[in-house]
Design a protein around this ligand. Structure first.
Ligand SMILES: O=C(O)[C@H](O)[C@@H](O)[C@H](O)[C@H](O)COP(=O)(O)O
Length: 235
């Protein structure tokens, strides 16, 4: 368990977006200085979009930055639920390499997971950075309770991604997913969480207290982290 979880509180989502974008830009800049390129996973969902819009304004050499979504819904590119579409709209015009985890032709979610894993095996690893969102039900990336939960949490360490069928389905996007595995997330050189709203804060605080026996996916992820984690929060 990481012994260091630090909460960063902001007055509003706009203030949080500026601060988190600053931190993300700093980490990307470090990877570029050290290695000449950066590979990062960005959270899906709606909360981080203002952060991404701020981040994209930074004078980064975006051509050297590879971005993957930390999870994807099994929907066609361009669908309003597609995480890579939302991320790509912001970073492709900057010249970043934004890689979809899921192809339109994936026959089923398990095969889609294997294809995403194969794709990630070709990237420089571990990730320089993983930004996670958290759902009010305690899921993070697309690690959800259901038939794939144990594999997502405890699968082979070298597996970077897998297919996930949430059970129950989350109301806001009731579709199967592909997700980074817990092993891939915790191996990242930096892990950050950005959330808004008291309900999500309560879930995360509870999950941290519960530790390794937490029923919440985010609790299971944090319990396995060895590096310090920053949690950014706005009401
Ligand atoms: O595909 C997903 O469901 C997301 O990637 C997920 O992990 C997200 O971070 C949370 O669901 C929060 O989403 P919101 O920020 O939209 O509440």
């Amino acid at each position: 368990m990481t012994d260091e979880v630090e909460w960063w509180d902001y007055d509003d989502a706009e203030e949080m977006a500026e601060a988190v974008a600053g931190d993300l830009g700093f980490i990307i800049g470090q990877a570029l200085d050290d290695r000449g390129n950066a590979v990062i996973a960005l959270a899906g969902g709606k909360t981080p979009l203002p952060i991404y819009r701020e981040l994209a304004k930074q004078p980064i050499d975006w051509k050297k930055v590879t971005i993957v979504p930390g999870d994807e819904r099994l929907v066609p590119l361009g669908d309003p639920l597609s995480n890579v579409t939302a991320i790509g709209k912001i970073f492709l015009p900057k010249g970043a390499r934004v890689i979809p985890l899921v192809s339109d032709k994936a026959p089923d979610y398990k095969a889609a997971g294997r294809a995403a894993d194969a794709l990630l095996q070709d990237l420089h690893w571990p990730l320089d950075l993983c930004l996670l969102g958290v759902g009010a039900d305690g899921h993070a990336a697309s690690i959800f309770p259901g038939p794939d939960y144990d594999e997502a949490l405890n699968g082979p360490k070298e597996r970077r991604a897998l297919g996930v069928m949430p059970d129950p389905m989350p109301a806001e996007a009731a579709v199967p997913r592909v997700s980074l595995s817990r092993a891939a997330i915790v191996a990242s050189k930096a892990l950050m969480i950005a959330v808004t709203g008291q309900a999500k804060r309560d879930v995360i605080e509870k999950a941290i207290k519960q530790g390794a026996s937490s029923p919440y996916p985010i609790g299971r992820i944090l319990a396995d982290m060895e590096l310090p984690v920053d949690i950014h929060w706005a009401p």
